[in-house]
Design a binder for this molecule. Sequence first.
Ligand SMILES: Cc1cc2nc3c(=O)[nH]c(=O)nc-3n(C[C@H](O)[C@H](O)[C@H](O)COP(=O)(O)OP(=O)(O)OC[C@H]3O[C@@H](n4cnc5c(N)ncnc54)[C@H](O)[C@@H]3O)c2cc1C
Length: 371
Amino acid sequence: MGTTDCLIVGGGIVGAACARELARAGATVELLEAEHLGAGATSAGMGHLVTMDGVPGELELTRHGVEAWRREDEELKRVAEHVGTGTLWVASTPAEVEQLERQRQVFAAVGVDSALLTCAQLRAVEPALSDAACAGLRVAGDAIVYAPKAAQWLGRQSCGGRLRVHRGARVVRLGAHWVEAADGRRFDAAHVVVACGWQTRALLPDLPLVAKRGHLLITDRYPGTLRHHVLEIGYAASTHAHSAVSVSFNVQPRPSGQILIGSSREIGVDAAVEDPAIVRRLAARALHFLPGLAGASVLRAWTGVRAASPTGMPIIGRARLPDGQGQVWVATGHEGLGVTTALVTAAILRALIVGGALPQGLESTYAKEGS
Ligand SMILES: Cc1cc2nc3c(=O)[nH]c(=O)nc-3n(C[C@H](O)[C@H](O)[C@H](O)COP(=O)(O)OP(=O)(O)OC[C@H]3O[C@@H](n4cnc5c(N)ncnc54)[C@H](O)[C@@H]3O)c2cc1C
């Protein structure tokens, strides 16, 4: 046994949530972050808390995730600018309208509140949408947050002195019960958890992670343009598609009045440099649905890397060390849903490490041996 119960490597939204959860459960926790809390994909994403049903297990995971955010500490929700915008999925073709209805039925079967909107109802709730959107599905319980602030807040919870954060601690080597930072510091613990998002591969190269780079744009302030987080139903299919590049209409009204415009997926790309052709495609797709944005000023474009697993579900459980010398815990591969599912990921990891029940419906996905 080490002097500490758990070392968490990586202070993104996932690592920070796991650190707080384990410390709340009574474990002593050291959270080691190479840069600052929320520095990775957590700062690059949209922070849309969204219920989705793309691959087996995803509906249960995201449902628990959205619900966990709703029940969270009011102070975290305030700091992270949690706003209950709901999600408005829009359809452009009769086939997509049928897809919305199928989605509604799936949601209804598990008690997720959603309602189909006709073209006229869609116009009434989101007047800025063009005729390209001919029907909608409103999911009332979905929301948005500003994820880097959430990661920082989670890391500040000392949980009775059991949670300590080490910024600027880049882990370069690790074993089943120890890690070593680039500056030579060594930390020992009973459990090591690696939660480095896409950078997990540097420490655990055998994990089957795939990069899915995304681009986002943010506009100047245009308050009142949108009320919901709005996206096309085709986005749902693109998240787990195998095409090399996909671009979908996916926009979020920020509390500041700015509009966050996404989103793209490029499989196997992790370069942190914007591609002007993809930026143009994103803007064109947004204008197709929101023609009123013509002439809006875009302040910034950036990229981030989603770490995806082969199943489309996050990898939460044990992983073998590359040298065969034992195992560590991992929580990575959250793809485009790591903010939505960070709190439920933490609950799963706590159940696996400390004990207790796994969230309902996820028992077989994340069995006691881990996934
Ligand atoms: C364009 C885009 C849009 C997205 N939109 C959404 C969305 O709307 N909703 C949603 O739920 N999710 C979204 N996501 C996904 C979400 O952002 C990620 O799933 C989530 O942020 C992953 O969090 P993480 O903590 O696993 O990884 P990261 O945020 O990448 O954090 C990993 C941390 O580990 C640190 N680290 C790395 N290596 C080491 C090391 N060796 N030692 C110590 N520390 C280390 C890094 O500095 C970093 O802080 C989006 C992602 C992108 C790119």
